[in-house]
Design a binder for this molecule. Sequence first.
Ligand code: OSB
Ligand code: MG
Length: 371
Amino acid sequence: MTIPIKQLKLHKLKMRLNDPFTTSFGTFQDKEFFITEAIDDNGNRGFGESVAFSSPWYSEETVQTNLHIMEDFLIKILQENEIKHPDDVSNLFSSIRRNNMAKSALEGAIWDLYAKQKKIPLAQALGGTKKEIDVGISIGIQPTIEDLLNMIDHYVQEGYKRVKIKIKPGWDIDVLREVRSHYPDLPIMADANSAYTLNDIKHLQTFDELNLMMIEQPLEHDDIVDHAKLQAALKTPICLDESIHSLDDSKKAVQLESCKIINIKIGRVGGLTEAKRIHDFCKEQGIAVWCGGMLEAGVGRAHNIALTTLPQFILPGDTAGSSRYWEKDIIQPEVIVENGIIKVPDKPGIGYEIDDEALDEFAVDVKTFNF
Ligand code: OSB
Ligand code: MG
């Protein structure tokens, strides 16, 4: 058995977030990204999504580098090789260094196509078992504390049970204290997106009084050594995001005790196969994992939901409902969150239909590759 691919399409989309999103790096609202589509002879269509942004603030990849790597290297590899199982893709792509988001976008379309060919949900194809997943909300840096409290109030009313607050020097301990005083029992976490250094240890220790679920990526985006020093000095668990690109990185971080929790993002680690490998390792080691978000449209959101059905995803992820991001999403139905829970779809593949009209409406370019 092989996975026959007849054609691949790269849909470049441009969508506008409902609200601008601000991290320690800056603000953005318009999002350009690729939706990948793998088509077979029977009319099955598998979809993936690249989570690279237009500029390289989160990682070195961009929408533009995605196109270069996909069309000049990765798609050629797919055209020249037989794929028996989606797990083969990560091995085939291993001759190309990094560019994990580009790899993941193509691998994701092949996973979805495979599950549709087998007529099983993607979650099941991955070995996931949960029927429902718990999710939280990630809230960007706001102009004022009052704005932040209003936002939190809104999402807590909507049923989200865990709130992640973006922080940076000058928007951290005072803000978190204020939030904690209004919500003594709410699970709260903070995400620094690498805004601190080891010189801030004393300051970061003051966070320990707030009973945070975790602090995400306080130090450099590519560090695992300093994080171990910081973790030894903190009660608050550290969660690594930007620093983890592979199973190997995860092993080193766990060995060095650089973190107690890992945020798994499919795009950052090069696809679902590597995400599963990291999951399995963390399960074995008793390290809690959760699924991070990259402000995805519906396709990427559906992939996150499928991955989160694996058992070691024991903490709520950042996969909020479609309406938190978009006026109109590109899937039907949209992702709905009720009481902080998403019901995992039971249809084949990603389990949501692509809204082809929306795909056309948001498309700024489409490229087709024949096999
Ligand atoms: O660091 O987890 C992050 C968004 C863009 C880039 C990086 C991050 C985030 C988020 C939002 O925190 C997650 C989401 O709601 O999709
Ligand atoms: Mg993060």
